[in-house]
Design a protein around this ligand. Structure first.
Ligand SMILES: [Zn+2]
Length: 432
């Protein structure tokens, strides 16, 4: 196993460095899993190998293989993840009052951004000769890991909180995983997965402790840098749960800037739900509590494992963090669907709500450009979305039923200009 382009694993807390083959998860100098490691690269080595043209044509994230911490002879476990579209969104832009583009990562193979990281993790697991992979997940990572485990011929045993949306529990079952629904919170499911990793030696995909995981997430930053080379956006917006996604994107974009592939860097805007705002609170030096209750289950995290990396990304990029209510998140979900035909899960729509808030507060100016990253499809969680819609109109199979509702000769003219964005009185999340 050769990793010539990986120089070391460096502890984000104490700065100690390790050989990449020496430590699997976190820095042994600290209790528990506090010492999250960062992968440090030899960029001369990477540039030597990276010869793909930055022409905006991206078949999958493995275009950036030279940047990924896998061995030279590794056989990637892939379903074609990454290479997602960056879409112009004129009607959404008009509604938000700022030019907005949407990076639609809900089109990844299992419907979620996490496939970028899972592809790397499954490749690493196979490289290390592991037969069983595990993770704790609010749902998306579980489904993603199960899918890639199936692809790689590995067994997946995953821990999810008992109240995860049905669609997210069924998907990993179809992929043949053992799904262990923990009667407790995500944080409790997470702690259990760590105990199991110690006890059984299963390969743990959890992004916060697995230093190679987040490295796959960098490819969204590489892609955005490549896709916006002509005009780097002022802001890139992500929702934040554990915090590694926004940190991964920043690392990738900043690398391309350092290497001179792109002339500028964006500011990162992190969005959290008011009911699960630990990273936002830490960034603004508020007292954080461990409350985690939001309709956006993918970011329903009370104790984020990567607060430090996320805060560094916000700080280094000159960005900031905002919070939005569940009502605003659900309103953003239907707004994005109605105006642009993009169906996001609540956590994937939260950036849209965050942009509105940041515009209102003057954080984002009217002449700036913003990229919202939609991290997951809405199809896995239709129950929460239903609350934000008017529901289905049931009719008898008779023409009269239609003519009582619509005039003949009426021409449908699409017009998004009338769409409003409820500030605080959007539909509130019910109990789930
Ligand atoms: Zn350390």
């Amino acid at each position: 196993m050769t990793l010539r382009h990986v120089r070391a694993l460096e502890c984000t807390l104490c700065g100690a460095t390790y050989d990449p083959t020496e430590v699997v998860y976190t820095c042994p100098e600290h209790d528990g899993v506090a010492g999250i490691l960062d992968v440090v690269y030899d960029y001369d080595e990477i540039v030597d190998r990276f010869d793909a043209p930055l022409d905006g044509r991206i078949d999958s994230q493995w275009k950036y293989r030279a940047f990924l911490p896998v061995a030279d002879d590794a056989d990637p476990v892939t379903l074609g993840e990454g290479g997602t579209d960056l879409l112009e969104a004129p009607r959404l832009s008009a509604a938000l009052g700022v030019e907005t583009l949407v990076k639609n990562d809900g089109t990844n193979p299992t419907g979620c951004f996490k496939d970028r990281a899972t592809s790397v993790a499954a490749t690493k697991a196979r490289e290390l000769g592991r037969k069983v992979v595990t993770c704790a997940s609010t749902g998306n990572a579980a489904a993603s890991l199960a899918g890639y485990a199936a692809r790689a011929g590995l067994d997946a045993r995953i821990f999810v909180p008992g109240d995860a949306p049905e669609g997210k529990l069924v998907q990993p079952l179809v992929y043949g995983a053992d799904v262990l629904a923990v009667e407790g919170s995500y944080d409790e499911a997470y702690d259990l997965s760590l105990e199991v990793t110690d006890e059984y030696g299963w390969y743990n995909r959890n992004a916060a402790i697995n230093p190679f995981q987040i490295e796959g997430k960098r490819t969204v930053g590489h892609e955005l840098a490549e896709q916006t080379r002509e005009a780097v956006p002022d802001w890139i917006v992500f929702s934040m749960g554990d915090g590694c996604t926004i940190a991964g994107c920043w690392k990738g974009f900043a690398e391309f800037h350092e290497l001179g592939f792109v002339e500028d860097t964006p500011k990162m805007l992190g969005v959290q739900a008011t009911g699960a705002s630990a990273i936002h609170d830490a960034f603004h030096a508020d007292d954080a509590d461990e409350l985690a209750e939001t309709v956006a289950d993918s970011i329903e995290v009370g104790r984020p494992r990567n607060t430090l990396k996320a805060c560094r990304a916000l700080e280094e990029s000159g960005g900031t963090a905002v919070t939005v209510s569940d009502g605003e998140i659900l309103a953003a979900e239907t707004l994005l669907g109605r105006l642009e035909g993009i169906y996001a899960e609540p956590a994937g729509a939260a950036p849209i709500a965050g942009i509105r808030t940041a515009r209102e507060r003057g954080i984002v100016g009217p002449d700036e450009t913003v990229v919202a990253v939609v991290t997951g499809t809405g199809l896995k969680d239709t129950a929460s979305a239903r609350e934000a819609t008017d529901g289905v109109t049931r009719i008898e199979p008779a023409l009269a039923e239609v003519s009582s509702r619509y005039d003949v000769g009426e021409t449908a003219v699409a017009d998004g200009g009338e769409d409003t964005f409820p500030r605080t009185d959007g539909p509130e999340a019910g109990t789930r």
